[in-house]
Design a protein around this ligand. Structure first.
Ligand SMILES: [Zn+2]
Length: 243
């Protein structure tokens, strides 16, 4: 049991050092991720607007073709006006002409609106672009900064990770899972030491009887207040000596 507790404590020592390296990176990893998602979001907006613009322009082209077709018909109808034989034919033809002119009018009005819309979209895209470039520059800077920090600790981190693996392989799966669960829940140290009758994690007094039991290193105990695993200072000392 003593070895089990010591190895767990050694794992914590390594994890503390890895946490310190992580802390050196500060806010950078989060900032980088934030920038990446902001850039993605703007790129998506631009893409959607480009598509909307393209659809408008396609529609305008269709309308132009339709107008051309209608104008040909109109020419034909107007030529036919000279050949009508009676009022009925004349009325029918002028009706066709009116109708066609109306259609042309409608399509041309629609095209004006489409042009306005396309212009509006174009401006919106233009406004988004500098923002995008700015964020990309910022991302590049932050990534470079982060890379620099990671690079400067690369060797130390690799060594710690290697040590971590060594200890992890010596720890029972259940113990490891317990350790990781507490570590995750508390966002840091999973093991506390009984120092001057108190838990070093939450500083609450550990009951005297429990202190005696912990000192015997025969079982795994957790702090009733904070839930951390509790070990004696003997365990902590021998873990430190042997790392
Ligand atoms: Zn505690």
């Amino acid at each position: 049991m003593q070895t089990r507790l010591t190895t767990l404590y050694q794992l914590q020592i390594i994890d503390d050092q890895l946490d310190e390296l992580e802390e050196l990176r500060g806010d950078l990893p989060r900032a980088v991720n934030e920038l990446i998602s902001q850039i993605q979001s703007i790129a998506d907006q631009i893409e959607a607007k480009e598509l909307e613009k393209q659809n408008s322009l396609d529609k305008r082209k269709d309308n132009d073709e339709e107008v051309e077709r209608l104008q040909n018909s109109l020419k034909k109808f107007k030529a036919q006006l000279y050949q009508v034989r009676n009022n009925k034919e004349y009325d029918a033809l002028t009706k066709e002409i009116d109708h066609t002119e109306e259609r042309i009018n409608k399509l041309e009005t629609e095209n004006l609106a489409i042009e306005d819309l396309a212009e509006k979209i174009k401006n919106e895209i233009k406004e988004l672009n500098p923002n995008l470039e700015e964020l990309k520059t910022e991302l590049k800077e932050k990534e470079a900064e982060l890379k620099k920090i990671i690079k400067s600790n690369e060797r130390e981190e690799a060594k710690l990770k290697e040590q971590r693996e060594k200890y992890t392989s010596q720890i029972k799966k259940n113990d490891y899972n317990t350790y990781m669960r507490i570590r995750k829940a508390l966002g840091g140290k999973a093991i506390a030491v009984v120092v001057r009758s108190a838990c070093s994690g939450c500083f609450n007094i550990v009951p005297p009887q429990r202190q005696i039991e912990i000192r015997q290193n025969k079982r795994m105990y957790t702090c009733e207040s904070c839930g951390r695993l509790l070990v004696s200072s003997n365990i902590a000392d021998s873990a430190r000596e042997d790392i």
